[in-house]
Write a protein that binds this ligand. Sequence first.
Ligand code: PMP
Length: 378
Amino acid sequence: MKKIRPPRPELEDIEAYEAKDIRAEVRLSANENPRNLPGEILDKLAERVRENIDFNRYPDPLSTRLREMIAEANGLEPGNVLVGNGGDEIILDVILAWGGPGRKLVDLPPTFAMYGIDARMTGTRVVEVPRTSDFDVDGPSLLAAIKDQKPDIVVISNPNNPTGTMTPETLLIDVLKATDALVLVDEAYFEFSRQTMRPHMERHRNLAILRTFSKAFSLAGLRAGYLLAHESVIRELTKVRQPYSVNRFTQVAASLAFRERVVFEAGIRETMRNRDLIVHGLGAIPGVEVFPSEANYVLFRVKQASAVWRDLLHDHSVLIRDFTRTPGLEDCLRVTVGSEDEVQRFLRAMDEIMTSKRAVSHFGMNMTSSRHMKKGGE
Ligand code: PMP
């Protein structure tokens, strides 16, 4: 057959998640940790690999050891924890179980793209409640949407990716009280914000909290995340999840990292210090508007943002993330908080780019250089 029957029509409107492999010396585009696993954890991992990982056997489907550790650290039972192949897998599991045709998810854009992508992919209707111009959740509109639309899932990234904004706890509690929908509070960056909704789980059975090993724990490459939720929620999710999604190696590495989690504290503090350097450094550059952040990235707005993004990459080998095509984020770029050297290099590059753009515009020239025009739009 020369023809292929088309896939589900829902896919037509979905754009694949953009994870372009662009080479750069300084990679500040994916909110990763700039530090690899600490040496002492790498040594222990190497020892475990040599001694007792049965790579020939399927992994424990529920990552029991890791699950027990996470439960204990959070004052919960293992039945309240689900470990997944990154937070991404758990988001999909939640939407597979609580969404689907005839069901609705409330999304608060601009926010993490996967909520909307997974919802559309599963035939779940997306009810968008846009954030305010400061990227805050529009509380009255959200509560009105909950009342009118009776959603099945409400998802709130807290802090919000890519804006760095926190939603006040009081509003989250109002949401939890106003609906019996599953309220997914995505705390992927909670180690940097140091704020969690965990204390509200006993009162609100519909609260589910997502966390990840990809950021503070330097394990983005191994894919591990977890959900804290009422045991009845976890039970349903185990029906839709892929049984062996978290491989043996990841289970061992994530367990070691979690057990030794105090060693990550220094890196978390360094990230918070470097975040301040970025906020102050960018704030001092004329023409740049910086948004405060509680995470390991900083969003900023600048004229001709795509040209700035290209100059950073081509002239300085610094890769950040361009959000200019995302509704509500026109002219916005997001930089991940890297090491101090990386941050300084990024800030110097920004200063240089903005200085030359000012000089060009001062002489009455078009701010878009000929090189950019040749390359075409980003
Ligand atoms: N939630 C948010 C808000 C994120 O930004 C990310 C990663 N970019 C994830 C979840 C998923 O992270 P992972 O799959 O690496 O655990």
